[in-house]
Design a protein around this ligand. Structure first.
Ligand SMILES: [Zn+2]
Length: 126
């Protein structure tokens, strides 16, 4: 299915997935989730980033020791759901970009219908 990636804005085949990250901190834990229509690049990026963080930092807590395997299984299952997702084409266009602070910048030109002639000039010919 072709669409627009909700993370990076590329116009490419997408798949609805979500990934979780779990960090154990003895008696506390930090849980994060990201999801939506993702392109191949973003599926790989977030599976790697969230999975690796969970794998390394997930286990260190009372609840976390039980939560971490569940989170890892869910992440792997989501990764396999997107297994057949084709790569982003080399000439794919970006509909929007995110700045590092998360602000969305629209890449498509915006057409504004406006009459820019000074008042009183109704025609372009004298
Ligand atoms: Zn993407």
């Amino acid at each position: 299915m072709s669409g627009i990636c909700q993370v990076c804005g590329v116009e490419a085949p997408t798949q609805k997935v979500f990934f979780m990250q779990h960090i154990g901190a003895v008696i506390m834990f930090f849980h994060k989730r990201i999801g939506g229509e993702f392109c191949r690049n973003c599926v790989d990026k977030y599976f790697r980033q969230y999975g690796l963080t969970t794998l390394l930092a997930g286990w260190w807590g009372v609840i976390s020791v039980f939560a971490t395997p569940v989170v890892l299984i869910v992440d792997v299952a989501n990764y396999f759901r997107a297994w057949n997702l084709p790569p982003v084409p080399a000439d794919a266009k970006y509909r929007f970009r995110r700045t590092p602070s998360g602000v969305v910048v629209v890449q498509q030109p915006v057409y504004v219908s406006a009459d820019l002639r000074p008042p009183g000039q109704d025609r372009l010919t004298p």
